[in-house]
Design a protein around this ligand. Structure first.
Ligand code: SF4
Length: 259
């Protein structure tokens, strides 16, 4: 029953907002530009992660996790819209239909109406129904709980085979619901990782997932993901990165950085 699921099975919404503690008071001291060779990529990634955890506060996982199927539906609803809108759409979907099977078999227009607040409803409604049907046909039930027993790459392959589930969506389910060390790469992670030289200038966000996953130890993937999002939103902004106040300025090779 979608609408009767316990809170523990509901998607968590803190993933997009970073899930980190409040930033410490006061600005970071200005840092000098890098003058010597930078440490190796992996070492620098860990240093950056540690510095950002100090600066913004260690990322904390929310209590409880959504079940992976709920997480997947929430992730589909979050595509190309804000957290607020997608959460509203998910709640509306759960209120309108008593089970995922009811969502799967409903007239597509009714599903679209239920998720209208999430935007792109005419795209997402049939996508959700196709995904539910694919899961049912593959597994004989509407559940993704079995993914918890699979190796990471097998679980990722199953998710990626579903209609409209790309590397970021799959990684969100793996990381946030299943606690696997998968790295979702959104626009902030992609931009910040590029400026820090962790990925090449022509590396796409899709290709960056596995590169960044290999760069940090599994236990640090969640914090790395959250820290880069937080850093991208608050300091390494798209238009005007605040390089003089940046806590990892000394480790950053971004050629346009100000010091
Ligand atoms: S120094 Fe500038 S470009 Fe580099 S990570 Fe910091 S804010 Fe971003």
């Amino acid at each position: 029953m979608v609408a009767q699921q316990s809170d523990a099975t509901r998607p968590r919404r803190t993933r997009q907002s970073g899930g980190a503690q409040a930033a410490p008071a006061g600005a970071a001291p200005e840092r000098k530009a890098t003058t010597g060779p930078l440490p190796s990529l992996k070492r620098r990634a860990r240093q950056v992660n540690a510095i950002l955890s100090d600066y913004y506060g260690p990322p904390t996982r929310p209590n409880g996790r959504a079940d992976p199927l709920s997480e997947l539906i929430a992730v589909i609803l979050s595509q190309h819209t804000s957290d607020v809108n997608s959460e509203r759409a998910f709640d509306s979907l759960c209120a309108r239909f008593p089970s995922w099977e009811a969502v799967r078999t409903a007239p597509v227009a009714e599903v679209a109406e239920a998720i209208r607040s999430g935007g792109l409803a005419v795209v997402k409604a049939p996508r959700i129904q196709r995904v539910l049907t694919q899961i049912l046909e593959a597994r004989g039930e509407l559940s993704l709980d079995f993914l918890a027993d699979l190796p990471l790459e097998d679980a990722r392959a199953f998710l990626r085979a579903l209609d409209g589930v790309g590397p970021k969506s799959a990684a969100c389910v793996l990381l946030f619901s299943l606690g696997q060390p998968a790295m979702p790469v959104d626009t902030h992670v992609h931009r910040v990782a590029g400026r820090l030289g962790f990925i090449g200038p022509r590396t796409t966000a899709d290709a960056a997932h596995e590169q960044l996953e290999r760069m940090v130890p599994p236990a640090e993937v969640y914090a790395f993901h959250v820290n880069l999002i937080r850093h991208g939103r608050e300091t390494c902004k798209a238009q005007r990165p605040r390089c003089p106040r940046c806590p990892v300025n000394a480790l950053c090779p971004y050629p346009a950085k100000a010091v």
